[in-house]
Write a protein that binds this ligand. Structure first.
Ligand code: ADP
Length: 465
């Protein structure tokens, strides 16, 4: 059973239930129709006998020859004539009717079980059952009410089997039709199950192609529809989309990293070659070593930032989030960084006290540090940095503003990308990874970071948590 396909399993289950339902219906219908048919047989018997009552008449004298009906039977009776109409039904639908004298003598008509009914005294308007061998017969008697016909009886007899013959023909038709219907239903079910499950095959094939690394661009394409399988295919396609995106990002990151490292390395190599060829005195060597150290520092910063970015991504789920006092954290970081005194910039911190938040201390410290470092780096001589923390309608807003060089509007959407630097000459001390880390940390805290900036006026980075 385990190795059977879903299609076969569905069809099997459906067929077994269908056959069981059909068999039950057949048995119930058979027993219901049996009692209905038996009742019909009894009703027919009564009706036939009642009809025959009017077919027997008495005349004082023989009617003139002109009024004779040659198909009728005229019998001399009690000084007159008894007429038995040709409409008298002596055998119809298995019902045998007969005309009897009080003592049980059959005058006219039929009785297939006369031997067994001779002892049965007449009882007007009464239906009785008698058993002959293994067979049951219904017997119905009726006294003739007309004048001069007193003492004459009509008796109708019909076998219970008369109903069974009708029933067996119903059963025979059902037994032929039902298996036919079951086969049509099973075949239809098998075909529909196959059609319904076809998208699954497509999904499995696409997933396995992607799994084997053949083509990440592949998607599941189904005919238009809105059922559960289409919803599943959509979810798969979204997943493939994200897989492809992150795979592309990884590739991009690797190529960016090599590109970023290649620049300082080529500067170092060129400096070494130049110095080895042209350096004449200690001063030249010292100058060369200063250049090499600067590039080395840049590479170290780059590597550290890259490690932080990958760690941030890899450990995204394992950072412990604790209830922390953000006001204290912001004041501590501002206190440390205000000592930098770079470009004679003044750092002010306006912090609403007691702002608490569920977050990671290490990450939020890094976020604020990156923003303040940038404000120093891109700030102007004797400029100002303002760090503000406020709680507004359930939102925590942390902003870092400077009055530095600002960012052109068309660049503002790009600065959060990895390695993106607006002006590499001016940003050469940075790595281009600071803001992408800020964004990642904001996302990890369920927040968002935005920038408002004007070229030559300054920038404000706001983190909403
Ligand atoms: P970097 O290490 O180069 O600073 P970031 O990711 O931190 O990298 O920033 C990306 C770019 O955004 C920077 O190169 C810089 O051009 C611009 N930028 C970031 N912060 C500021 C700011 N406060 N003022 C002006 N430009 C900024």
């Amino acid at each position: 059973m385990k190795n059977l396909s879903i299609r076969v399993k569905i069809t099997l289950w459906f067929s077994v239930v269908l056959v069981a339902v059909m068999a039950m219906t057949f048995l119930v219908a058979l027993s219901v129709s049996r009692s209905v048919i038996q009742k019909t047989v009894r009703d027919n018997l009564v009706e036939t006998v009642e009809d025959n009552v009017d077919e027997v008449e008495y005349y004082e004298t023989m009617p003139p020859e002109g009024q004779w009906n040659h198909a009728d039977l005229y019998v001399e009776f009690r000084g007159g004539v008894m007429e038995i109409d040709d409409d008298f039904l002596d055998r119809v639908n298995g019902i045998a009717s007969g005309l009897y004298q009080e003592d049980g003598t059959l005058l006219y008509g039929e009785n297939p079980v006369a031997n067994h009914t001779s002892d049965l005294s007449f009882a007007d308007d009464t239906l009785r059952e008698i058993t002959v061998g293994k067979e049951t017969y219904y017997v119905y008697d009726r006294a003739l009410p007309a004048e001069n016909l007193e003492g004459l009886w009509l008796r109708g007899v019909v076998s219970e089997r008369q109903g069974d013959t009708q029933l067996s023909s119903v059963a025979r038709v059902s037994l032929i039709l039902m298996p036919g219907l079951v086969i049509v239903a099973i075949l239809g079910g098998y075909i529909i199950a196959g059609r319904t499950l076809r998208p699954m095959k497509k999904m499995a094939a696409t997933a396995s192609q992607i799994g084997q690394g053949r083509d990440l661009k592949k998607r599941i394409v189904l005919r238009p529809g809105r059922d559960e399988l289409h919803a599943l295919a959509d979810s798969f396609n979204q997943m493939f989309e994200r897989l492809e995106e992150s795979f592309e990002q990884e590739k991009q990151f690797a190529s960016d990293v090599s590109h970023e490292l290649r620049t300082p390395m080529s500067v170092i190599m060129a400096q070494c070659e130049f110095t080895m060829e042209y350096a004449e005195n200690e001063e030249d060597y010292r100058e060369a070593l200063t250049v090499i150290k600067r590039q080395g520092d840049h590479m170290t910063a780059l590597i550290e930032d890259m490690l932080s970015v990958t760690r941030l991504e890899r450990k995204a789920d394992s950072y412990t989030m604790e209830e922390l006092n953000l006001s204290e954290l912001v004041e501590t970081v501002c206190g440390e960084l205000s000592l930098l005194k770079e470009k004679e910039i003044t750092l002010t911190c306006v912090c609403e006290p007691g702002v608490t938040l569920k977050g990671n201390r290490e990450l939020l410290t890094r976020l604020l540090r990156n923003l303040i470092h940038n404000a120093y780096r891109y700030g102007r001589e004797n400029g100002h940095i303002r760090v503000e923390l406020r709680r507004d309608a359930g939102r925590t807003e942390l902003s870092v503003s400077d009055d530095g060089i600002g960012i052109a509007r068309e660049e503002q959407g790009k600065i959060f990308r990895r390695f993106y630097q607006v002006d590499t000459a001016r940003s050469s001390r940075g790595t281009g990874l600071g803001l992408s880390m800020v964004q990642e940390i904001a996302w990890l805290h369920g927040g968002e970071v935005t920038v408002e900036s004007e070229l030559g006026v300054g920038s404000t980075f706001t983190v909403v948590l």
